[in-house]
Design a protein around this ligand. Structure first.
Ligand code: PDD
Length: 317
């Protein structure tokens, strides 16, 4: 934690600061342009939902984040399959067919008009009087927007990032991409207050994943990552890393990872749709490996960028 942080915390934001940041947030929302809400494309600042929406009241919903490179949705089939899995797991019918989803998302991407973006989509169980059990006949609320993004800056591939470790306080169905993200929000905030970018989570002595990313370790030349299951989200970026490792003969094993392996790992990476792959250079204040992005990371990152370039040029789907 930096010396200035506690001071800022004690002082708290002034009324002017809060008004200024609220104005800034309103400007950013207006700059989002058109969003999709329940069958219509509307200006972001004009979109509204009922406060009785179960997404608002209970966090009773599912979301997806799909990267967009070169103006094209990246791996939409995989994201829509995961969406179906998540919706199925919470007993919600998919409100749109895959081709309807694809045309909604592509229209948002085209409206945003830049090469690099991500698309966020969310389906909640809809509006109903407050009662925990599922309501009869509620109509799902469907929301999506595209956000411009500068992946080159977001990646920090050259510099690396700092992380903390934290107890995985989430529920036992982390394979469901639920909008109920309070535990992840608190864990990311804990990381931010320690001057770190991500929290690597540990449950019963085993590494699960990051608060919003999957985790990889490197020992000697072998990449290791925890296996899929109910305790982690099956990341689409993680899948691509596995594919690239196989294609390029890089040894990679999916197995349980003990917490104490983090301290002796030669390299640690995190991966997600909005972070791509990032090298971790500090963990709980200690240096990881040589203190910079490692050689195995450099190889994987190159393969990932080559794959992206091939995708943007239409050479791979
Ligand atoms: N989060 N694990 C968790 C808990 C995540 O929230 C994410 C992504 C991932 C990586 O999945 P993918 O590679 O499919 O993005 C793993 C997104 C980006 C988010 O919540 O914004």
């Amino acid at each position: 934690m930096t010396a200035t942080k506690p001071q800022q915390h004690n002082k708290g934001p002034t009324r002017e600061d809060s008004a200024g940041s609220r104005r800034q947030q309103a400007i950013e929302i207006a700059a989002m342009g058109t969003v999709y809400l329940n069958g219509e494309f509307v200006a972001a600042e004009a979109a509204s939902i009922s406060p009785m929406d179960r997404g608002f009241i209970f966090g009773d919903g599912i979301y997806e984040v799909v990267p967009v490179f070169g103006g094209r949705l990246f791996r939409p089939g995989q994201h829509l399959q995961r969406l179906r899995n998540s919706l199925g797991a919470i007993g919600l019918e998919n409100p749109l067919t895959d081709s309807q989803w694809a045309s909604v998302l592509q229209r948002l991407v085209d409206d945003a008009g830049t090469d690099d973006q991500y698309v966020y989509l969310q389906v909640t169980r809809g509006v109903a009087p407050r009662n925990h059990a599922f309501p009869d006949n509620a109509r799902p609320t469907v929301f999506a927007y595209a956000q411009r993004m500068n992946y080159a800056t977001a990646t920090s591939a050259a510099t690396g990032i700092a992380v903390i470790t934290a107890e995985d306080i989430r529920w036992r169905r982390c394979d469901i991409k639920s909008t109920a993200l309070l535990a992840a929000v608190m864990l990311r905030q804990q990381a931010a207050e320690s001057g770190a970018d991500e929290a690597i989570l540990v449950r019963d002595g085993l590494v699960t994943e990051g608060a919003a990313s999957n985790v990889f370790l490197v020992r000697d030349d072998t990449v290791v990552t925890p296996p899929k299951g109910p305790l982690i989200l099956a990341g689409i970026t993680r899948d691509l890393v596995l594919e690239l490792a196989q294609q390029h003969d890089m040894p990679l094993i999916e197995r349980a990872v003990k917490e104490n392996e983090l301290a002796t790992a030669h390299e640690i990476w995190i991966a997600s749709s909005t972070n791509e792959i990032k090298p971790v250079i500090r963990i709980d204040g200690a240096t990881v490996g040589s203190g910079g992005p490692g050689p195995v990371f450099a190889r994987m990152y190159q393969h990932y960028q080559d794959y992206k370039r091939a995708f943007c040029e239409g050479r791979v789907d």
